[in-house]
Design a protein around this ligand. Sequence first.
Ligand code: ADP
Ligand code: GLC
Length: 474
Amino acid sequence: MRVAVISAEAVPYSKTGGLGDVAGALPKALKAVGVDSVLITPCYWQTKGEHLWKTAIDDLYVDWRGGTYHAKAFYSEANGSPTFLIDAPSLFHRDSIYGYREDHERFAFFNHAALTLLKRIGPPPDIVHLNDWHSGFGAVEVAAARRWDEYWRRTRTVFSIHNMAYQGGFGSEDLWKFGFGSDFARNAFAFNGYASAMKAGLETSDMLSTVSRRYAYEIQTAEYGYGLEWLTRQRANRLIGITNGVDFEVWNPATDPELPAHYDINDTRGKAECKRQLLERFGLPLDLERPVIAIVTRLTGQKGIELIQQAAGDILATGAFFIALGSGEKQYETFLQRLRDHAPRQVGVYVGYSEPLAHQIEAGADIFLMPSRFEPCGLNQMYSLRYGTIPVVRAVGGLDDTVENFDAVTGRGNGFKFGPFRADRFVERIYEALYAYADPATREVIRRNGMSIDNSWENAARKYVDLYRLTLSN
Ligand code: ADP
Ligand code: GLC
């Protein structure tokens, strides 16, 4: 089976969040279970490690806006599997990866260039695996092209929803410029008077998946469907939830190169050293008996930062340390900085993006908070489990699927969950986690339960292979 994975970001080439982690790891995992996979992603100005890639095609001519765009494609295996990076400097060499008025044009182009590249490099893929709104364009293009283009006739598409809240909306008048002038295409994009790339992907892909079982159900409801729940419901028989995995080559406390000390389920002593150095890094007192409560997150409404704001006083009153790494909305960044200024001996804050620090916090913290409003899958809670850090999460989406409430009687469970989006419920769970943490034997049981979970990508990759087979047989 030949599978082409198309994604707007992929580790180690680019990353703004979990999509990057997933798109970097999945092709490698597919390869490991015997699938011939190729990843295609843009080459951004932020894509580092030039020594790792070489020019594969320096004359990738892409039909674009009535003319021809002379792009290039680089080749790399830095993520552990064959990858082509589309190089189109005027569209992708910018200060940030997303956030431009013409993002829809940038990704419409990227999809078209990716499909042009596939045609250039070999026989058609059986499956084109598309991800999030950025690749809704590719779904429409393949669905349309296979009616008249022999190359695409047998190819099927799978569209994975990583986040329903971002839909890539733009003015329908732009559609014809990008080659989507046909009735078929215009109908696919049409949504409430404008064009939606997410809707087009949902409507025209052969099969849909999302990144946890619970989220597959949630996006069929008005609360989480963002206006597209009628469509996910309509296509529910083609929608499946497959929980993301953890890339153990990147996130493994026994080998993680970002950590000052290593540990595993049988010997967690190295975790104390990670904690010591984390406290030192933030200039906090080196009191290893006091628990460290942490967050690593994009600072957006999705992540439930309001609950952290409301709970902050209670958290500090317990005497625990609070360490935060995040960037995003100004109001939340300011809140974190003020909290640190208010209690500099108890709070450590890094506003910005730092891959090494994300690893060091997962290892050095004792309790990890994710009170998300919604969470399609969530990777940090899985990293926490892996790193022996107890997660306290809201029971939504993938958080609900991956964290099991700890039960002191049976000794089962790996974290603490709360339901309603309310600070008092959240604080209650934090207290319980602290209480459990305070008892070394209980702490050890919860840690072991978390660290022994097999949330490997291999498991998830096998489920994707089943999905691809099902797609091809339909
Ligand atoms: P989302 O994709 O919605 O942001 P996930 O939990 O799926 O949420 O993935 C977030 C990923 O981004 C994790 O790998 C996490 O470590 C990383 N991350 C988030 N914020 C930061 C930051 N400020 N610095 C470094 N890594 C971050
Ligand atoms: C999105 C979601 C997150 C998920 C990630 C990878 O960014 O917000 O929950 O883990 O995609 O699928």
